[in-house]
Write a protein of this length. Structure first.
Ligand SMILES: [Zn+2]
Length: 139
């Protein structure tokens, strides 16, 4: 069942369009600190899609803005449906892999199925997940 999970290009294109809409709304609101005009300051990302979202690895730009007002110049990084903070994996991978791991509960092979190392999955799931518990007890 889970070996058929693959997030396709259309999904990531749709998530990219939503991120673009968020970017337009944030730009229109201006700088959150001083109200100054925002300028595009996108930055490159090299996200991992693991085995379930290789199509998402083409999402290489995270939208961001820099304030144009002298004395402020603060960066505004937007909320995103594609990227989860600074995590190297795509947000969809984090969500789907975590859900699969939770469904399988103490499953040992989940990392192989989605291409995410068990230790990383354990970190995403917190200390209640058996893999993270095992990883901690080894170190
Ligand atoms: Zn500003």
């Amino acid at each position: 069942m889970f070996d058929q999970v693959e997030l396709d290009r259309e999904l990531f294109a749709a998530l990219g369009r939503v991120d673009a809409e968020i970017a337009r709304a944030v730009r229109d609101d201006g700088c959150g600190w001083c109200g100054g005009r925002l300028h595009r300051g996108d930055y490159p990302r090299k996200p991992r899609g693991a085995l379930i979202a290789a199509a998402g690895e083409a999402q290489v730009v995270r939208f961001s803005f820099c304030c144009g007002r002298e004395g402020c110049r603060r960066r505004t990084t937007l909320p995103s449906l594609r990227f989860l903070g600074r995590r190297v994996y795509l947000e969809a991978v984090v969500l789907v892999a975590s859900v699969i791991a939770l469904i399988r509960d103490a499953e040992r092979g989940t990392g192989r199925e989605v291409g995410v190392p068990p230790r990383t999955l354990g970190r995403w799931l917190g200390s209640s997940h058996p893999e993270s518990y095992t990883a901690r007890s080894r170190s």
